[in-house]
Write a protein of this length. Sequence first.
Length: 434
Amino acid sequence: MSNESPLIQSMRTAVAAAPADVPLRLHLAELLLGEGLGEAAVAEAAVALQHAPGDAGARALMMRAMGLPAPADGKAETAEEPEQPAAHRPSTGFDWAAAENEVAGAVPPRFVTPAPAPGPGATAPEAPLAADGSGDPGDATAWEVDTPGSVTLADVGGMHEIKERLEAAFLAPMRNPELGRLYGKSLRGGLLMYGPPGCGKTFIARAVAGELGANFMSVSINDVLDMWMGNSERNMHEVFETARRQAPCVLFLDEVDALGAKRSRMQHGGMRNTVNQLLTELDGVGGANEGVFVLAATNVPWDVDIALRRPGRLDRTLLVLPPDAPAREAILRYHLRDRPIESVDLGKLVKVTEDLSGADLAHVCESASERALLDSTRTGVVRMINMKDLLGAAKEVRPSTDPWFASARNVAMFANEGGMYDELLAYLKKRRKL
């Protein structure tokens, strides 16, 4: 600082008064560079780039201050350049353009066996878990409501037992309202889905909405909880009011163990009031919930308040287990559909991925792609993803469902009130997990 000229010191005072003024800061950096204070100029240019990351002048000044050669055209490269080649690619001498062209010309056979004919359970399920509907709720609302989508249970690969139970216990009465009225069955309902994470509970909820031709509304704890007293209860009420206005509507309560946790364990009265409000809304006094189908999902059903499972609320349960063989084949085929693969034996891959969830299967495909990509960059020769990559990735991925089954086993064996976990016990015995 003591070696700086009075002009530079004055400029520093001006920059301190207006730290976000990029041109002023760059002018200071130019003066510093002119005085031979390269490090100080680099520091000022770096701060300028924090405020304006795409500023070409700041980039050029930074390069000069660091003693680096300027670009051929005399300008710093900008974000508008289409490919950003050298700045983000390893200097291995690998010809990326040629690699992309070679991969683009991938030819069959991709799989050892052809894809199955379209039909129930044969299309790709689980992977669209992250796909969002594009519906407009019609009137302005803080809650997103998706219009009836094209996804139905036919798009869920495998899982035939789950589909049959949904059809018998939930969908058939909803599809036949006249018959339901004849037998005094209300056009409303509640279903609690539980099971290990990553097995498609959210996708099944969307498929149920598509099956019923109903709107779809997904709600999590972040949508409801508020720091101010009374706002959480009001939000919960508005959620149900929106679903009632959009009826027929499937209202999906994700991670319901957070929205409806056991009140006996709560220390905060505000959260207990939120659970009480949820119970009140589920009751739908005066038939207000006609046409609102409540689906809830949780990984820990033993943490859900027992009052939520009372008849008339979430009185039916559905265990969603890791995908069976047909579902695993459909999920793997979906995640490999746009990747450069050759001679993949899905039948063999399905056998070695037992117990993996849908999320685990997606990770297997991603890991196999990384193996082939790294090998291609090391050798300089592009190759397809093959069975060796997929089998190696499958061997490294441990089932993420194992910790869940370890916890669920104790609950099912020693806290099976009312036989809620009978289906889980049967599965554990069948798979010799007890």
